[in-house]
Design a protein around this ligand. Sequence first.
Ligand SMILES: C[S@@+](CC[C@H](N)C(=O)[O-])C[C@H]1O[C@@H](n2cnc3c(N)ncnc32)[C@H](O)[C@@H]1O
Length: 210
Amino acid sequence: MNTTMQTTGRTIRWAKRYDSVVRLMTLGKDKALRQISIERAQIKPGDHVLDVGCGTGDLTLAAKRQAGQRGKVFGIDAAPEMVEVAQSKATKAGIEVDFRLGLIEALPFPDDTFDVVLSSLMMHHLPEDVKAKGLREIYRVLKPGGHLFVVDMQRPVGLVSHILTTVMMHGHLHSGVQDLPVMMTEAGFTNIEISDFWLKMLGTVRGEVK
Ligand SMILES: C[S@@+](CC[C@H](N)C(=O)[O-])C[C@H]1O[C@@H](n2cnc3c(N)ncnc32)[C@H](O)[C@@H]1O
């Protein structure tokens, strides 16, 4: 499995070093970040869950623990290196998650498949047109009553936020999590809720499918 899929999204090929970089960027709080993310994602036992741009799969594996034996959890990423690392983590831990190559802009799943879709630290890797297409795809694969939960970088606003996001190597962002609600509304989502997260460098957005 070594063919990166064709996308204008920014893929990450250095999968073996990815977890260490996240640890560094979160000042060693990566596990806490995953824990809080999964608590806020509102996954119930038995849920069918998709993690888009799953990377090395830490949040996907945590999602499976939440969804339990009856739950079905999938992780897709455009980079084969990421999928390989995620799959080997699952195998080592004896956790059943289906990791596969896939693009957010062309999700390889039928309509109305998932109760919850997760997107963690990945939306800012996408140009605006792919983000809009990806949100429409997520809306399509969610069941009525299902929801999308996003954790992502905030567009820096003000000096402190500029300094913090620059330390996290994301000071250049022109679009952030606070800009997602408009696009989510256009994609069809309702009851959209946005909140601050992680020193206001990150934020979360949740939206539902009617
Ligand atoms: C910063 S990583 C986030 C990984 C993981 N979700 C996390 O929370 O650590 C962004 C991921 O998005 C993937 N990606 C970029 N463009 C993509 C696309 N069009 N479709 C699916 N995944 C994509 C990258 O390969 C990378 O693994």
